[in-house]
Design a protein around this ligand. Structure first.
Ligand code: SF4
Ligand code: ZN
Length: 272
């Protein structure tokens, strides 16, 4: 990637931020994992002058979690960013392994995803952040859209996009933004390497073979153009998909967090 391509990637991210109308004054909490995507996202938001802090959710699964935390701390020190750490064992007295054991019907990543979303929203709201930024890229989003279609549940895509649609329920759900939404994964990797960003390149040892991985493999050698087309089509139909999902947001009877049902997804996984 030459300098021109680096600038092009940066310009694309700026364009997405403009579409979101993200103000430089808004308080943004970046979900950091130590991987290339959230590392690049943090670097770019800081470079562009946004008001960011980081949050690392320590799921307490041993060495991998500690290595991720080390990388996140290093980046925050280098960029002079405040870092919040949510330690699952300290906060809930369990590790994500307890969630996995209790919910064998779900693959590891699905249970992890529910838990991380719940924690991010709760912490961002408690600390009065205006937005949560995540490092999802073009490949992730194309995969999600296809997974939901192949599973016959396109409505699950209703709340995706560069900014979550639950923005109207802002006092309960902190809007989630995805500034790398239009950037292919391979470009992020090259950019991060060329900028000499230090990220963890090893994969999580607990990632399980899942439906998403078969979609990922299917898309792997497809061009970025094809992935962009998937996203464009999603954006075209997203207004209609939105109509599928009109359930009211209420407070979970157990934890009080916002939920579409009487009990939120996280609490239904954590009946220990
Ligand atoms: Fe959790 Fe899957 Fe990420 Fe590992 S790869 S941390 S199991 S979501
Ligand atoms: Zn709950």
């Amino acid at each position: 990637m030459n300098l021109y391509k680096q600038k092009k990637l940066e310009a694309k991210v700026k364009q997405t931020l403009k579409k979101i109308s993200l103000s430089k004054k808004a308080k943004v909490l970046v979900a950091m994992s130590g991987g290339k995507d959230s590392t690049t996202l943090t670097y770019l938001l800081k470079k562009f002058g946004y008001n960011i802090s980081g949050l690392y959710v320590n799921l307490c699964v041993g060495e991998y979690s500690e290595l991720c935390l080390e990388k996140v701390k290093e980046l925050c020190d280098n960029l002079d960013i405040k870092l919040h750490v949510y330690d699952l064992k300290k906060e809930q007295g369990v590790s994500v392994k307890n969630y996995w054991k209790k919910n064998p019907q779900l693959n590891h990543c699905a249970a992890c995803g529910v838990l991380k979303k719940w924690i991010l929203n709760k912490i961002a709201r408690k600390l009065k952040y205006d937005f949560i930024a995540t490092g999802h890229n073009l490949d992730d989003e194309a995969q999600t859209f296809l997974v939901n279609i192949f599973k016959g549940s396109p409505e699950l895509s209703a709340n995706t996009g560069i900014i979550s649609k639950t923005i109207k329920e802002k006092n309960k759900f902190i809007p989630r933004i995805k500034p790398l939404y239009y950037i292919p994964e391979k470009d992020i990797l090259v950019y991060a390497k060329q900028k000499k960003l230090r990220f963890l390149s090893g994969k999580c040892p607990y990632a399980q073979e899942s439906y998403r991985i078969s979609i990922r493999n299917f898309l792997e050698n497809k061009s970025s153009k094809i992935k962009q087309n998937i996203i464009k089509n999603f954006e075209r139909v997203s207004g209609n998909i939105q109509n599928f999902k009109k359930s009211k947001i209420q407070s979970c009877e157990i934890c009080g967090e916002p939920s579409r049902g009487k009990i939120c997804k996280k609490c239904s996984l954590s009946k220990f």
